[in-house]
Design a protein around this ligand. Structure first.
Ligand SMILES: Cc1ncc(COP(=O)(O)O)c(C=O)c1O
Length: 466
């Protein structure tokens, strides 16, 4: 046995004996030397041998017989597949890009997150809700949070529901997966195109039939839906993702009528409806529905932060029963500690206060960004300025393809997404007009002029009028 000064002697002896046993150097049921003899033979203390034997015994390499000593267990031979020898042995983590400025639509500004209040409320959860923290919780989430959300969506989104219709989840994606499990086996789901690519990924992963439907100036095309004949559709009526259209009431009524005639479901992804600038909140599609055809998806990723992983869905009553039956033995996939803290944040009025503050901050950033884009790009930009959410769309003239724009943005350390990411099939690059998604939540106010200058360099919009 080779000595290693960094390892306990007993551990070295244990490893040595273990590898000899695995290499079949010992016969099955062979008697091991007594502790004293082994100690002498290996030039180690009896205590070290004792500890090594105890460990081998605990792991099942050896067994004892009273007053007879230690024997080798028949171990069998581990089959090693030759193919497995060539498997990847090292992994490289994807390199993190350090952007100087971000136009990401996914991020939120967390510099004003009420950290002290959150921490204080978390402590309160430990004091007042220990019964929740120390037992297996309800799969739908703590009833207190579901009651708070029911009140919140009632006055913010016009949604009238019972707290039992609400299911908390660790993200809109995981909730969509649960929803698919509630539907019949060969369900066909239509999605907006362009639309949220992560939903399309979920449909692929769950082998769900997907029908991409194009948009017109009112949102998802009714003709397209009728042709595709899906069982359900996923839509973003309050602020189409990514194009920004607010679905007018006429299209909402047509959608609801289609759903009740065909007994299909509409999954309403209301991801950023809390933010409206210069208009009042637009009521949700769920609030128009009189026939239990709408499933509502809401999230705290935009109003608080994406890392919280707190989202929820509101099911029609018929699906609640099915969900409960299907999930009798399931346990929640989100942090109950965070869920209860979030409940206190809402209940004690801090959430509402934070929302108001962020509304102002985002409103200012948005206005300043639009002003700078207009000033720096002049006639070379068309800003599709919907007064909602945390991003808008711009059209610019650029000699570069979408792929080139994306890689140039990385070179210039600018986080930027183009419409290409959200289209089902990559767009042809034969038009000089390029559509970009401009998120304004993460960028700091004072960075805006410089970031816009850099954007201009990335797309090289020196000529061409929109
Ligand atoms: C279109 C869309 N839907 C939903 C979400 C929310 O996802 P989650 O609740 O999983 O964070 C986002 C987040 O950015 C989004 O862009």
């Amino acid at each position: 046995m080779q000595r290693d000064t960094n390892q306990y002697i007993y551990r070295q002896l244990y490893n040595h004996l273990k590898s000899d046993m695995l290499a079949s150097k010992y016969e099955s049921h062979e008697k091991l030397p007594s502790k004293r003899n082994m100690a002498k033979h290996m030039n180690v203390s009896v205590n070290s041998v004792k500890a090594a034997y105890e460990q081998l015994l605990a792991e099942g390499y050896i067994y004892t017989e009273e007053r007879k000593g230690y024997f080798v267990e028949p171990l069998g031979k581990l089959i090693i597949n030759l193919d497995a020898q060539n498997l990847r042995t090292s992994y490289e983590s994807a390199a993190e890009i350090n952007y100087d400025y971000s136009f990401s639509h996914m991020s939120t500004d967390i510099s004003d997150f009420p950290i002290d209040i959150w921490t204080k409320l978390t402590k309160r959860v430990f004091q007042d809700y220990d019964h929740y923290l120390s037992s297996i919780p309800n799969v739908k989430g703590p009833i207190e949070l579901r009651q708070s959300i029911a009140k919140l969506v009632s006055y913010q989104r016009g949604v009238q529901c019972h707290p039992e219709q609400i299911i908390i989840g660790s993200g809109t994606n995981t909730l969509l997966m649960k929803l698919i499990q509630l539907m019949s086996e060969n369900v066909r789901i239509a999605v907006e195109n362009p639309g949220y690519s992560r939903f399309r990924d979920i449909l692929k992963q769950t082998h769900t039939q997907m029908a991409p439907i194009s948009l017109d100036n009112k949102g998802i095309s009714i003709e397209g839906i009728k042709n595709a004949q899906p069982d359900a559709i996923i839509v973003t009526p309050s602020h189409q993702f990514p194009m920004g259209t607010i679905m007018p009431v006429s299209r909402r009524i047509s959608l609801l009528n289609w759903a009740s005639k065909t007994q299909s479901y509409i999954i309403e992804d209301d991801y950023d409806s809390e933010f409206k600038y210069e208009t009042d909140n637009i009521p949700s599609l769920f609030s128009f529905d009189k026939n239990e055809r709408v499933i509502y998806l809401g999230t705290f990723s935009k109003t608080l932060m994406p890392a919280l992983r707190m989202s929820y869905m509101i099911l029609p009553t018929k699906l609640v029963e099915k969900f409960e039956a299907q999930n009798q033995n399931a346990i929640p996939d989100f942090s109950i500690l965070n869920a209860l803290t979030l409940n206190l944040l809402i209940k004690d009025g801090y959430y509402e206060k934070h929302l108001k503050k962020m509304h102002q901050i985002y409103g200012k950033k948005r206005a300043y960004l639009i002003e700078q884009l207009e000033m720096i790009f002049g006639e070379n930009i068309d800003i599709k300025d919907t007064q909602a959410g945390l991003h808008f769309i711009i059209e610019v003239v650029s000699p570069y393809s979408y792929e080139e724009i994306e890689s140039r943005a990385k070179e210039y350390k600018l986080e930027l997404y183009t419409i290409n990411r959200f289209n089902v099939t990559a767009l042809q690059n034969n038009s000089e007009r390029k559509i970009l998604i401009i998120g304004f939540s993460k960028i700091e106010q004072q960075q805006i002029p410089d970031a816009v200058q850099r954007l201009k360099k990335v797309i090289n919009a020196t000529s061409g009028t929109i």
